[in-house]
Design a protein around this ligand. Sequence first.
Ligand SMILES: C[S@@+](CC[C@H](N)C(=O)[O-])C[C@H]1O[C@@H](n2cnc3c(N)ncnc32)[C@H](O)[C@@H]1O
Length: 262
Amino acid sequence: MGKSFVDKLRDAVRLLLSDPKRFCSKSWGAFRSAFRVFQPMRADYRRRLDMTLREWLVYHHKNIVFDKCRWMGVKTLKNPLDTWIYQEIIFETKPDILIEIGSASGGSTLYFAHLFDMMGHGQVISIDIDRSTYGVKHNRVTEITGDSSSVGVIARVAEVCQGKNCMVVHDGGHRKEQVLADLACYARFVGSGSYIVVEDTVIDIFKPGDGVGQFYDGPLKAAEQFVESNADFVVDEERERYILTFSVRGFLRRTRPAESGS
Ligand SMILES: C[S@@+](CC[C@H](N)C(=O)[O-])C[C@H]1O[C@@H](n2cnc3c(N)ncnc32)[C@H](O)[C@@H]1O
């Protein structure tokens, strides 16, 4: 049986008289564990948690994304919160084919292929103009090498995607003109209810050179212009619910089937 309150009090008084230093340290420990909320937060964590969202994006851009972000050991240039959203979209919409424009090292390509492995359905078309860093081999991945908006590449994609429900992830050339050209070419492959995701729109809301920004007019401007002139697509803001996304206003959902040729 535990000690009664009176016994505990007696022990405490004895300790106070015999060893006041130990009494103080024991009492402080008991007080701290009883009132944990009053403990000062450790300074290193306080510094991290006091970061603004903007500071986190700059931190992630400067310190993580180009060097320390990997899927199964393969470099990928993603915001991990977006990869969770991709998983949700892909599971909900179950595309037959995901067309990835811009694969770089292929970490994102492999990630999509692994999601399809788990679902037991789906293929990835990886398009990139430069295969110098790409090293992925997977039976669900078809590589097409060349300029995403070139006639040859689009013809090859059309061949593979005929009659299929496709989703597009645009992470290729980020200049507005290139993104617009790609969106115009690839929208027709996207099935009703499925998505084109325009990546890295976030770089437009920062000023060029301030840590994240690259262009005043880049992917965000292109996505906005595309949606303005294309009533079949809407911005699905729910996919931005984690706030920290690379695809600001970039999750574009097709709301009705493509007319043939559109
Ligand atoms: C941002 S990286 C892709 C990152 C990758 N999706 C990931 O998450 O790890 C952009 C890639 O787009 C490719 N690219 C740029 N312009 C292109 C174009 N016009 N056609 C095809 N690929 C292009 C580049 O070679 C580069 O590998």
